[in-house]
Write a protein that binds this ligand. Structure first.
Ligand SMILES: [Zn+2]
Ligand SMILES: [Zn+2]
Length: 136
């Protein structure tokens, strides 16, 4: 079975994900802009059941733009955000792709919250075309 491994900047948090992500996406909402310090987050969605985590995380609770309570879990030592959990999707975790050991496997399929995008945040136009196709 496919095994995805990742860790935070200081390596005190390590995780493993068994199997393929259910969805990979970019999110341009304001929360993701702040969490990542740039124009969008790059996230993979996985079932909580296939994840194992070693090390201590700290959670920050916030409201997402669509009103769900979202907890951002980050490493308290280096501050690296690892994943988010939304009350709207109780059995799923949203991992930040750049924390993967091999982030090159990330292959985004969707863009969310393009309405709050920044003019300097360039998104692959092919991906936007793909998104329009999904919406049909
Ligand atoms: Zn860390
Ligand atoms: Zn977002």
């Amino acid at each position: 079975m496919n095994l995805l491994k990742g860790q935070c900047l200081c390596s005190s948090v390590q995780y493993e994900i068994e199997g393929e992500p259910q969805l990979s996406f970019l999110c341009q909402c304001r929360q993701c802009q702040k969490i990542t310090g740039t124009g969008h987050s790059a996230e993979l969605v996985v079932s909580e059941k296939v994840v194992s985590i070693a090390g201590k995380l700290q959670g920050y609770e916030m409201k997402s733009d669509n009103g769900n309570t979202v907890v951002s879990q980050f490493c308290p030592t280096c501050g690296n955000p690892i994943y988010k959990k939304s009350a709207g999707f109780p059995s799923l975790l949203f991992f930040h792709a750049a924390t993967l050991e091999s982030p090159n496997i990330f292959n985004p399929q969707r863009v969310f919250w393009a309405s709050s995008s920044q003019s300097w945040d360039f998104i692959d136009p092919e991906l936007e075309v793909l998104q329009k196709m999904h919406k049909k």
